[in-house]
Design a protein around this ligand. Structure first.
Ligand code: MN
Length: 243
């Protein structure tokens, strides 16, 4: 099995190395990842300038760094490897729960793989005060990959790991609102600048991704690319307005 590994924290992130190590237990690994951090770049692709990539030493792995986004890395990586059997993205330094999924470069890399016909999973872990310790998470990640591979029809999964997981739980995406507050400040020259903050407004709903991780579970959320609100589409009448 050929596994393409990428992330959005950049090629030198310790989370990427941990995921590549897990992937190497299942097949041949190639790493293609951004040369600098691309967190919260979402599903951006680079179309106004050319992309380049360079061979990069990364433990025992064949690895390349790209001057592009996570989605670019997946597109380039699959192109130059003539496809792959699986794409794994992460492990992100910080969880990707609820609305994070909209902004996440980690999840976008997995989405890009599915757009190109390759099944994929995004891995993220909670940031703690002393930083994530990936070594103890590796056996859990291996168990998750084994579980995902046992479900061949399942194409896109968002995985979030708490520090000391009590088990694995299938969840749905939390859709609680966040404040989206814009906080003004000033640079050293006195020029105004702004920080965008995303503070949650409500507690997480039971059995969602965020709720599960807060309760110590590894959260597995099956995702789909079709965003259609099927409830509304079925309900709305008439379905055509002819001119
Ligand atoms: Mn990130």
């Amino acid at each position: 099995m050929r596994i393409l590994v990428t992330n959005d924290d950049g090629i030198f992130s310790p989370g990427l190395l941990a995921l590549a190590e897990v992937a190497s237990r299942f097949g041949q690994v190639r790493v293609v990842a951004p040369d600098v951090e691309q967190s919260a770049m979402g599903h951006a692709i680079t179309i106004l300038r050319p992309l380049q990539y360079h061979r990069t030493p990364l433990g025992p792995f064949e690895a390349y760094r790209v001057n592009g986004t996570p989605a670019d890395c997946v597109a380039l990586g699959l192109h130059h490897w003539d496809g792959a059997d699986l794409v794994l993205s992460g492990v992100n330094l910080g969880s990707n729960l609820g609305h994070d999924i909209w902004h996440s470069g980690t999840v976008a890399a997995a989405k890009q793989a599915v757009l190109l016909g390759v099944r994929a999973a995004a891995f993220s872990t909670v940031l703690t005060a002393d930083g994530p310790n990936f070594q103890p998470l590796i056996p859990y990640m291996e168990q998750v990959v084994r579980l995902l591979l046992s479900l061949p029809g399942l194409c896109l999964v968002n995985v979030n790991l708490p520090p000391n997981p009590c088990g694995i739980r299938w969840t749905r995406q939390s859709v609680r609102a966040y404040s989206g507050e814009v906080i003004p400040g000033a640079d050293p020259m006195g020029r105004p600048h702004y920080w965008f903050s995303a503070r949650p407004l409500t507690d997480p709903e039971e059995n969602t991704d965020r709720w599960a991780v807060e309760h110590g579970w590894i959260s597995l959320t099956p995702l789909r690319l079709d965003l259609t609100d099927t409830g509304w589409l079925e309900r709305i009448e008439p379905k055509e307005i002819l001119f």
